[in-house]
Design a protein around this ligand. Structure first.
Ligand SMILES: O=C(O)CCC(=O)C(=O)O
Length: 421
C-alpha cells in the first residue's frame, strides 16, 4: 500500500494513529479503501476524533441491539418449553422474566387493605356444637359469610396442626424432586388422576402464570404420587379430614338456606363426589408487579378449602376491589364454588380470586376442591324453587366441569354458560 504523509504535523500524527486500523482494513478488505486513504489523512484531528467516536458508538449500539434481539427471541421461544417455573426461576435468578409472563392485569398493590380484617371468621366447633343456640347462631354467621363474601376463615376445624405441617412439608418435598422424577405425572388432561404441570394450560394460553402444580383426584377414588415416601399416606389422611369438614359445612349451609341439613349432600351426591387435591408452588418472582401466580377465576366445585405455608398471596374480589386474605394461624380458608352458586340459585356467589407473587419467598398452597358426584344432575335446590324461578340450567357436574375448563382461559365464569335469562 502506498501512502503519503501530509506535511501538516497534526494530520501526520493523525495518519500514524489511524495507520494501524487502516492497515487491517486494507489487508482484509478493499482496495478502494486504500485509495481513499490519502483523503482521510487530510481530515483535521477534531473531525477525525468525532468520526472515530461515532463509529465506535454505532458498533456498540448495533451489538447491543443484536444481543437484545437474541435474548428476546430466546425469551419468546422458551416459555412454551418451560415445564417447571420453579426450575426456570432458579436458573433465571433476578434477570427480567419473559414477556409472556407479563400476566398481571390489575396492580397487585391496588388492594382495599381496610377490608382484610372484615373477612368473616367461622368457628367450626360452634357449628358442630350440640347447643342449639350456638349452632343456630353459627348457621346465621355462615349465611352472611357465604352471601356477602363467599370467603371465610375457619377456626377450630379439628385437623391437627401436626397433620397440616406434615402435609405441607411433604408437598414441598414433592416439588423439590428432580424434574425427571416428576415426568411420569406430566399433565395429560383435566380429569386425569394425577397431573403435574406449570401455569394454567401452557399449550392453550397466550399468557403464562408463575405457578407449578400437582393436581390429584382424591375422591371418589384415592390416587396419589408414590413419592416422596410417606406423602401418599399423609395426603390420604388430610384429604379425608378435609372432606369431613366440607361435609359439615354443607350441612350448615343447607340449613342456612332453609333446607334440611342433608339436602345439599343428597341432591349433589356429595358422598360419592369429586375431590381434587391441588398443590400449588409459586417461586419468588423477580418482577412480581408484572406476573401473577393465578389469574382471577372462580372454582368449579361446591366448597374449596385452602391452607398455605405462611406466605400470603391470595386475594379475593369483594365489592369490585381486591382484598388480601390474611389467614389466622392454623385456620382453613374456605370459599364457595360455582356449583354452590347454582344449587343456592344465585344466593351464594362463587367469588373471583387470584394468587399474586412476591420476590423473596416460595409460596405453597394446598387447595382441596370438593364437588358433587360427576354424574349427578346439578341445579338450583328444589326446595328453593317452590318460591323462586331457577336462575341456572340443571346439568351433570361432569358436563359443567368441561365447560368450566374451556371458559377459564377466556377469564369468564363457566356459570355464564348455564345462566338462564
Ligand atoms: O394459591 C392460592 O392462594 C389460590 C389457589 C387457587 O385459587 C386455585 O388453585 O384454584
Amino acid at each position: 500500500m502506498q501512502c503519503k504523509y501530509n506535511s501538516d504535523s497534526q494530520s501526520s500524527q493523525l495518519y500514524s494513529r489511524s495507520k494501524e486500523a487502516l492497515f487491517f482494513s486494507c489487508t482484509n478488505k478493499s482496495v478502494e479503501f486504500a485509495i481513499s486513504l490519502p483523503r482521510i489523512t487530510t481530515i483535521p484531528f477534531p473531525y477525525f476524533l468525532f468520526l472515530f467516536l461515532f463509529l465506535v458508538r454505532s458498533i456498540i449500539i448495533i451489538h447491543s441491539v443484536i444481543s437484545n434481539t437474541t435474548l428476546a427471541m430466546a425469551s419468546a421461544a422458551s416459555p412454551s418449553e418451560i415445564t417447571s417455573i420453579k426450575a426456570f426461576a432458579e436458573s433465571n435468578g433476578s434477570s427480567p422474566i419473559p414477556s409472556t409472563y407479563h400476566s398481571l392485569t390489575e396492580p397487585r398493590d391496588d388492594v382495599a387493605d381496610h377490608l382484610a380484617c372484615s373477612i368473616p371468621v367461622i368457628d367450626f366447633s360452634h357449628l358442630t356444637s350440640h347447643d342449639p343456640q350456638i349452632h343456630a347462631s353459627t348457621v346465621h354467621q355462615l349465611a352472611n359469610a357465604c352471601a356477602q363474601w363467599g370467603f371465610f376463615l375457619l377456626t377450630n376445624h379439628g385437623i391437627s396442626e401436626k397433620l397440616m405441617e406434615e402435609v405441607m412439608e411433604k408437598s414441598h418435598e414433592f416439588h423439590n424432586l428432580p424434574l425427571e422424577e416428576k415426568e411420569e405425572f406430566a399433565d395429560k388432561g383435566p380429569l386425569t388422576a394425577i397431573r403435574h404441570g406449570t401455569s394454567f394450560h401452557p399449550q392453550a394460553e397466550k399468557l403464562h402464570y408463575w405457578r407449578d402444580y400437582l393436581k390429584v383426584i382424591t375422591l371418589p377414588q384415592f390416587n396419589f404420587p408414590h413419592k416422596p415416601p410417606g406423602y401418599k399416606e399423609i395426603a390420604f389422611e388430610y384429604s379425608r379430614k378435609i372432606r369431613g369438614v366440607a361435609r359439615e359445612l354443607l350441612k350448615g349451609i343447607s340449613e342456612s338456606l332453609g333446607l334440611d341439613a342433608e339436602s345439599i349432600i343428597e341432591s349433589t351426591g356429595f358422598d360419592s363426589g369429586l375431590q381434587i387435591f391441588a398443590v400449588n408452588l409459586y417461586p419468588p418472582c423477580p418482577e412480581p408487579d408484572l406476573a401473577v401466580g393465578l389469574p382471577p377465576h372462580s372454582d368449579h366445585g361446591l366448597l374449596t378449602l385452602l391452607t398455605q405455608n405462611g406466605i400470603g398471596g391470595l386475594q379475593v374480589k369483594h365489592t369490585g376491589k381486591w382484598v388480601n386474605v390474611n389467614p389466622l394461624p392454623n385456620c382453613l380458608i374456605v370459599n364457595t364454588g360455582d356449583q354452590l352458586e347454582a344449587v343456592s340459585n344465585g344466593r351464594y356467589k362463587s367469588v373471583m380470586h387470584r394468587a399474586v407473587l412476591n420476590n423473596r419467598d416460595t409460596r405453597i398452597s394446598l387447595v382441596l376442591v370438593n364437588g358433587p358426584d360427576l354424574d349427578k344432575e346439578i341445579g338450583p335446590a328444589l326446595g328453593l324453587l317452590e318460591k323462586e324461578d331457577p336462575l341456572f340450567k340443571t346439568m351433570k357436574y361432569r358436563d359443567y366441569f368441561e365447560i368450566q375448563q374451556m371458559t377459564r382461559f377466556a377469564y369468564k365464569s363457566g356459570l355464564d354458560e348455564i345462566r338462564l335469562n
